[in-house]
Structure formats: C-alpha cells, structure tokens
Design a protein around this ligand. Structure first.
Ligand code: GLC
Ligand code: CA
Length: 557
C-alpha cells in the first residue's frame, strides 16, 4: 500500500467547550487550547481535530452552525483561531476542522431567509414539504428525528414543514440544490486557504435524501433513516467536493457514517481514481457492549469486538485505509465499557495497546490519555444533551422512569465524554478559575493530568511510549494483521508483519488468570518485550499466565 503522512498520523480530538478555559468564564476556549498545545504535542499527536468551533447557539454544542466562517464568541475570535493554527503548525501539528454540512442551525441567515417566503432565494436551501391530511396539519411523512421528536417542523409564514433529522434547531440542507453544494465548496476553500489541513465530515452519509421522501420503517427513533443514510446521490456529491476542491490540496478527510458497512465505506475510500474520502469512521467495534445504541447495554462480548476488527481489516486491506478509535464526544468513556474501574490503569493501557497497534490512523479523545471515566449525575436537571431528553421521553413511555432512567443515562449517554478535562487537583480541576459550564467528575482529585505527569507508571506516560513505538516501527503502521485465539472470550491476540519484522500483541480482557501459549512458530524467548502494562515479563514455557487486563507486545526482528 502507498505510504502517506495521514496513515502514520496520530490525531487528538478536542471538544472545545470542555478542554480548557483560558478566560475564566467556565467555558473552554481557544486561549485555553493555545496554552495546552505543548501538552498535546508531548503525547505524540500529529494533528488536532477540533469539534465545531463555529458560531452556534449550542443546541447541539456546535453541531448546529449559524456561521461557517467565524468562531463562536465564547471560544474567541477568528484571529485567535489563526493564532492557534499558526502555533499548531509551528509544532508540526496539523489542524482538522469539523465540517457539518448535513444541516445548519435555524439561526443561520440562510434559514432565516428561507422561512420568509417560498420565493426567497434561500428557501430551496432546505428541505420543505406541504403538510398532509385534510387541513395539511399532518407532517409530510412518518420520519422521526434522532434527537428531538418528529423530523418535521411547521413554519407558518411559508405554510410548509422543514426536515430536521437531528434537533429542531438543525434543519437539513437540500444538497440536491447546486447552490448549496457551491456554498459547501466555498466553505471548504475558505478554511483550506487559511491553512487548515483537512476535515472530519459530520454525518456525511446523510446528505442525499431519497426522492419522494417515502415513509420509513416504523421504529421509535430515527425512523426514515434507510432513506437518507447512503442516499442516491451521496457518492456523486462527495465526488464533486473532491474533484472541485479537496483534490487541489494535500489534505486529509475522514467521513462519519452511522451504521457504516464495509461495502459502503469502500465506495468512498478505495484508493485510486474514484476515491473521494481518505478514510472513514466505522462504529461497530463500539457495539460489543450494547445493542445498536450505547443506551441499550448488553454484557461485553470480546468475540463480537474482535470480529468487527477482523471484518474491517479484511475488507480494507490492500485497498483502503481505516481509522482506529475508542472514544469521541458521542460515547461513554472506554474504561467504563471495555475495561475495568477496579483495574483502571491496567485496563486503559491494555485497551490503547490492542486498538492502536492495529492498522489505521489513530484518533485519541481528550481525557482518554489519562483514563477519564464516566460521570454519575444525580438528577435530570444536571444533564445537558438533547439525546438524553429525547430518550427520556422514549424510555418513560416504556415505563423506565426516575432513578431507573438516570441509571441508564449515566451508563449510556454521551454526557460522559463531555465533562471538563481534569488538569490538576486544584479548584475546578484546573479546567477553569470559575464554576465550569458542566459538572466536573469528582474523581479529578485522583485522576488528572498533573498527577499522571508525576507518575512514571501512569496511563499518560504509557500512551506516550505506545505512540512513540508506533511512530518508530513501520510494522506497527503498515504491517499485515493476523489474529490468533479467535475463539477466546478473554484474549485478543494478533500479530503484525512487515518485511520480516513481526509484532505480537497479546491483550487480556479479564481480571482472571488466563493461560496463554504462543502460536506455533513463535518463540517468545526470542522476542523483545517492547511494551507491557506490568513490570515483569515472566514466561512459563513458551507462554505466560495473564495478570488482570495484562497486555504484552513482543517484537521479533
Ligand atoms: C455527529 C456528531 C454528533 C452530532 C451529530 C449531528 O454524529 O458526532 O455529535 O450531534 O452528528 O450533527
Ligand atoms: Ca472561556
């Protein structure tokens, strides 16, 4: 496979509101980010992906954009951003922006114009339909939003409904309108010409809706999705963005596509003439402890997770490049899920090892590198996210109320990843000098960056070692991947091979002792133990008995 900078890259994701507050108003901002760039660099990051920094009423915390070309005043100014960009580049850190073009905010001036009259030039920027039923009082079809009730909202001035597959404040753009596609291309150019290095393309697989907007299969949330996830003109539009803009820059792109299948991804990321995105995020490896959504928990199933990794590797290998991640701003923290709070440090190191020594571009979410954990909120007033409130209505209907619902929300909600980053054990965890906008996890007294810096055995220092190792050993980036012990419910064992160099990665997902025997043809005593989350690398015969959540990486040259 062709080598490329973005394949070797480690991306650190910043969700600005909760990263670091530089002006003491309790809200993360660009000044705060600027003060932490050396820290980000010290991790081994080659790029930062910024969740949306743009002007937004924050109904979906920036994923509802009111101005694509300016910065949310709470976060700073465009000049502040330019400074961050320059300081990133000085440190050899690339900058990747979130590109949210499936929808805007209702506060965007396009939408305000669109609501004025059906003849307004911006009206056709959005997806409008007449109501159904005798008096036109029923929505145009049965689609439901993912975030807030039905998918249609009535606007009296035009006597029509607009489509929103997310919150009411996020009207879907009409990508079939060539003017809208031109706007998108202009926005891309605006940021690329400023010097940014690429985009993370938000729910990009939703941008083309099936003609006629037929009724969806009746499910209680996101009904209609089959008619817009992977819609009819999706590839064509992505090709247009690629050919007209992206191909003219040496930039990176990663597309987000809920329920992404390997077949769909390959259409976009297969290297060669038809390629329209560099990489995509898949989701299914994060469904080994839940059913479809983080909110419906099932016992963690290692075999399920391993199968997903294998499936994506098999599909992509030799054709396309994939991504590796365990956390982002949409999911609960990974130690709470696939690891163990009792063995937090050990399991966090193990999870990073098993994930990031596979083949793909690395993504790390803020706080993951110190093993931040889920939050326990006590009452519904403490929650912030629209999904939580939408799910509350849904689960209440099913009789899951009060304490029971709070318990579910604490386990499954994306609020877990949005608590302020824990920098030290001082006031407000060093995140701010004022009360933060969202609850701090009280465990900041023990779990924080300063404590991790001071402890040689911390998760943070392990991340640095791991990422440095990956950077210095091509086998970890470009090597082939082969699994052993596929049927094991406790161990994930794989090797990577490149030009006669072999890496063997053994990871235990249990606190129980498991006896591991090296695969035929591998002599552990001949390998160098290059990474491990315990200090001794004792062998018994050609194998070892695992300690809780143990991980070992052997290098054979
Ligand atoms: C993506 C984002 C999520 C956002 C949604 C709507 O899934 O990651 O945070 O709420 O799109 O833009
Ligand atoms: Ca601030």
């Amino acid at each position: 496979m062709k080598k490329s900078w973005y394949k070797e890259m480690v991306v650190y994701q910043i969700w600005p509101r909760s990263f670091c507050d530089g002006n003491g108003d309790g809200i993360g901002d660009l000044k705060g980010i600027l003060s932490k760039l050396d820290y980000v660099k010290s991790l081994g990051a080659d790029a930062i992906w910024f969740s949306p920094l743009f002007v937004s009423p924050q109904r979906d915390y920036g994923y509802d954009i009111a101005d694509y070309r300016d910065i949310q005043p709470e976060y700073g100014t465009l000049d502040d951003f330019k400074e961050v960009l320059e300081e990133c580049h000085k440190r050899d850190i690339k900058v990747i922006m979130d590109l949210v073009i499936n929808h805007t905010s209702t506060d965007h001036h396009w939408f305000k114009e669109a609501c004025k009259s059906v003849d307004n030039p911006y009206h056709d920027y959005y997806i409008w339909r007449k109501g159904k039923g005798k008096n036109g009082k029923k929505p145009p079809n049965n689609w439901l939003s993912t975030f807030e009730g039905g998918a249609w909202e009535y606007v009296e001035a035009v006597d029509e409904y607009y489509l929103h597959v997310f919150t009411k404040g996020q009207p879907d753009l009409n990508m079939d309108n060539p003017k809208v596609r031109q706007e998108v291309k202009d926005i891309m150019k605006f940021w690329l010409d400023m010097g940014v290095d690429g985009f993370r393309e938000d729910v990009i697989t939703y941008i083309s809706k099936k003609e006629g907007l037929p009724n969806g299969f009746p499910i209680p949330v996101a009904c209609g999705m089959e008619h817009y996830n992977g819609g009819p003109h999706l590839y064509e539009y992505l090709k247009e963005f690629h050919d007209d803009v992206l191909s003219k820059y040496d930039c990176f792109t990663v597309g987000e596509g809920p329920l992404l299948t390997t077949e769909r991804a390959l259409k976009f990321v297969t290297e060669g003439d038809g390629q329209v995105l560099k990489t995509m995020f898949s989701f299914d490896h994060l469904e080994a402890d839940c059913f479809m959504t983080d909110w419906i928990k099932t016992p963690f199933n290692l075999k399920k997770m391993k199968k997903c990794y294998q499936k994506w590797y098999d599909a992509m290998n030799g054709k396309a490049w994939h991504t590796l991640y365990l956390e982002n701003h949409d999911h609960p923290r990974i130690v709470d899920r696939y690891g163990s709070l009792k063995y937090r440090v050990e399991s966090a190191k193990m999870l990073a090892t098993m994930c990031y020594l596979q083949k793909g571009t690395v993504f790390i979410y803020q706080g993951q590198e110190i093993g931040m954990t889920n939050i326990e909120l006590k009452s519904i007033d403490e929650f912030k996210d629209m999904i939580t409130f939408n799910n509350q209505i849904m689960f209440n209907k099913l009789g899951i109320k009060g304490e029971k619902f709070i318990k579910l929300a604490n386990a499954g909600s994306r609020e877990n990843s949005r608590t302020p980053v824990q920098w030290n054990d001082g006031p407000y965890a060093g995140f701010s000098t004022a009360e933060p906008w969202f609850t701090l996890n009280p465990n900041y007294k023990e779990i924080n960056v300063a404590a991790a810096e001071a402890d040689e055995d911390s998760i943070l220092h392990y991340y640095r070692k791991l990422l440095k190792f990956r950077k210095e050993n091509e086998v970890a980036i470009y090597g082939d991947f082969k699994q052993y012990n596929k049927n094991s419910k406790q161990l994930f064992v794989y090797e990577r091979n490149l030009d006669g160099v072999k890496l063997l990665v053994v990871s235990s997902f249990t606190e129980d002792s498991v006896s591991f025997k090296a695969p035929d043809g591998i002599d552990l005593s001949k390998g160098e133990l290059v990474l491990s989350n315990y200090n001794d690398g004792e062998l018994s015969g050609n194998g070892f008995t695992t300690k809780p959540y143990e991980t070992r990486v052997y290098l054979f040259k």
